[in-house]
Write a protein that binds this ligand. Structure first.
Ligand code: ADP
Length: 164
């Protein structure tokens, strides 16, 4: 059975992530989307909240599971019994970091491979940080995330859009 993990911060999960999840879920028998508990970042949403949001947006995908982890992605992959990491690539700016991470992971665990899916053009500009920034100024984020998550982001940031 082919199995992959898609690790990330997902703070919050965007339609760009959802697109990658749908496409990866078609390529593997089983896909685990996993929230990285990164102590170096101060997230907007807790790990539990991010896991819940991912469960909600993936509820119709029967071969997708949601999980969380801390520590090295390579160790997590090994514990999960998979050799494949999925990552999304948006622009050349992602490339350098992603290449370095993929090579580091392979150094740690030589059987590990990273599969890159290139973003769909309509989401090429989209990131969780853009969502947080636009929302913090009361801007419309409904083209970036699901309606339910948009409400959660506004509420978390204390933004009142007066029914907009
Ligand atoms: P991280 O902090 O690990 O980069 P993110 O949640 O920002 O976590 O992203 C997780 C993965 O999803 C990364 O591989 C990132 O490049 C990819 N990704 C993020 N946004 C998009 C998007 N709009 N289209 C395609 N891939 C994306």
């Amino acid at each position: 059975m082919s199995k992959a993990i898609y690790p990330g911060s997902f703070d919050p999960v965007t339609l760009g992530h959802v697109d990658i999840i749908h496409r990866a879920a078609k390529m593997f028998d089983s896909l685990t989307v996993s929230v990285l508990n990164n102590s170096e970042k101060t997230p907007l949403f807790s790990v539990d909240e991010r896991v819940k949001m991912l469960r909600e947006v993936c509820k119709d995908l029967s071969n997708v599971k949601i999980d969380s982890f801390s520590g090295l992605t390579a160790d997590y992959a090994q514990r999960s019994g998979t050799d494949v990491i999925i990552r999304g690539l948006r622009a050349i700016t992602d490339f350098e970091y992603e290449l370095q991470m993929a090579q580091t992971n392979r150094k740690i665990l030589p059987t590990l491979d990273t599969v890159f899916l290139t973003t769909s053009l309509e989401y090429a500009y989209l990131s969780s940080s853009i969502v947080r920034e636009v929302a913090s100024y009361g801007g419309d984020i409904h083209e970036f995330v699901t309606p339910d998550i948009a409400e959660k982001v506004y509420s978390k940031l204390g933004v009142n859009r007066n029914g907009k």
